[in-house]
Design a protein around this ligand. Structure first.
Ligand code: SF4
Length: 457
């Protein structure tokens, strides 16, 4: 980024607001234990210093409006922006980093002693930090012009070695059928393997498929043992379930508070919290400290009847299905025009319920894979979404978003939204997004019209 662009970013309103926010509230930044690759401490002063320098180093994220006056948001911003550095340090300290597909449960990876990385989310983090989509454009030039932005960015960050990666081992199921091409194309940089996830006969009592899935999990475990040189321990996996259940619970509580009137958390801060569930930013224990702090901050605001920054009175509550918007600016936009995002189905997959800690952990994780809502056949997935909307009760509208280049979501969009409309009567809007910051004007017009339609319904 050239010097003029940096100066321009430095003086934009939201950057100043964020900078002043953290300077005004340095006391609310706390230390995060065992972060930085799980081996060293990150003190409050280090985080404060990192974020102060970030105003210069990572101009992109301050184009958006995270709210640093909410407890934990500064630490979350720090974790997002420091992901690359922390992973590099972890690798230098001997950790192994293994790529997964977003909907694959993280428990299995961390429980096998490796760091899970969702390269698609990491690619987005990089776009956000840079403030330009250049890495996605370079990824498309190398991979395919019609790769979705997440895959294009993931391809760049791994092939250009911006993020370290030792191995890829996603489980391939009835979801994204493009990402394996991205992983295969990365073989010039990194080796990998795939778990095979049966598409049909997904219930536990449908033995052949379930046993096959258990076999695939065991094959993964054997590979991780070979890779790390450490014997797999069932108790480690069980311990991971316990930590990640706490994370899942914190997220469910935060999303529960978001439904209150007035909402104590805005759309952007909420989605930043839930996005990180795809790999807990490489460090579940640190993520737990951060999310617990945000949960407590949101609860305190709720008890005081305090509304989040940037949100209107009585906003219309919108649920995103399909692929969540990768352009964070759209979440600020929704708040400005009288809406509020109260959840995103694609990440909800990862925390919608706890994992049972009592049974055989290998069978438990196999069941989790096979019942992940996104992994269900399309009709079942639509039914699950309907049930989820009915459970939430307060949904005013549903947005189904498709990323450019994503055949999987595009194919399901109409069927899922028709089912939602038929079963719940709630208005639905199908949106298409591509690179962050593109077509915001057009999206604003569509969203304003959609909110108007809901108000008149
Ligand atoms: S947006 Fe679609 S194509 Fe891209 S990674 Fe997600 S599911 Fe795959």
């Amino acid at each position: 980024m050239n010097i003029f662009r940096k100066i321009k970013f430095l003086v934009t309103g939201s950057r100043l607001r964020f900078g002043l926010g953290i300077i005004k509230n340095p006391g609310i930044i706390t230390s995060i234990r065992r972060i930085d690759g799980r081996y060293t401490k990150s003190s409050a002063i280090n985080i404060f210093w990192f974020l102060t320098r970030a105003l210069w180093r990572f101009p992109g994220i301050f184009d958006y409006q995270p709210d640093p006056s909410l407890h934990g948001v500064s630490e979350l911003t720090y974790m997002i922006l420091s992901l690359e550095e922390r992973l590099k340090k972890a690798k230098r300290d001997g950790a192994k980093i293994v790529a997964k597909w977003p909907a694959n449960p993280t428990d299995l990876y961390f429980g096998c002693g490796v760091i899970a990385l969702d390269p698609f989310f990491a690619g987005y983090c990089r776009i956000l930090a840079d403030g330009t989509s250049d890495i996605a454009k370079r990824g498309r030039a190398m991979l395919s012009e019609d790769a979705c932005p997440a895959q294009a960015a993931a391809y760049s960050i791994i092939s250009e070695e911006t993020f370290p990666l030792d191995f890829f081992y996603p489980f391939i199921g009835p979801w994204c059928y493009d990402s394996q091409y991205c992983f295969e194309a990365l073989r010039h940089k990194v080796d990998g393997d795939y778990g095979d996830h049966p598409v049909f006969d997904y219930k536990e009592d449908e033995k052949p498929s379930f046993d096959y899935m258990v076999g695939e999990i065991k094959r993964f475990i054997a590979k991780m043992e070979e890779f790390t040189g450490s014997k797999f321990d069932l108790e480690s996996l069980r311990r991971e379930f316990v930590i990640e259940n706490e994370l899942r619970e914190a997220l469910r509580e935060i999303t529960g508070f978001a439904m209150l009137d007035p909402p104590p958390i805005n759309s952007l801060d909420l989605v930043l919290c839930i996005f990180i569930s795809s790999d807990w930013l490489g460090d579940p224990e640190a993520a737990l400290q951060v999310l617990t702090r945000i949960r407590d901050g949101v609860r305190a605001r709720a008890q005081a009847g305090q509304k989040a920054q940037n949100i209107t009175d009585k906003p219309l509550r919108l649920l995103i299905t399909g692929i969540a918007w990768g352009d964070l600016g759209l979440y600020n936009m929704v708040d400005e025009i009288g809406g509020q995002i109260i959840g995103s189905e694609c990440v909800l997959n990862l925390y919608y319920e706890d994992i049972d800690t009592t049974g055989d952990p290998v069978r438990t994780i196999a069941k989790r894979f096979m019942t992940t809502p996104y992994a269900l056949p399309a009709k079942e997935r639509a039914k699950w979404t309907v049930k989820n909307i009915q459970r939430l009760k307060k949904v005013d509208g549903v947005i189904f978003n498709c990323n450019f280049g994503c055949n999987y979501q595009t194919a399901e969009a109409r069927m899922v939204t028709d089912t939602i409309k038929r079963e719940t009567g709630i208005p639905c809007l199908i949106t298409d997004t591509d690179l962050p910051q593109e077509n915001r004007g057009q999206m604003r017009t569509r969203l304003e019209a959609f909110l108007e339609l809901i108000r008149q319904a």
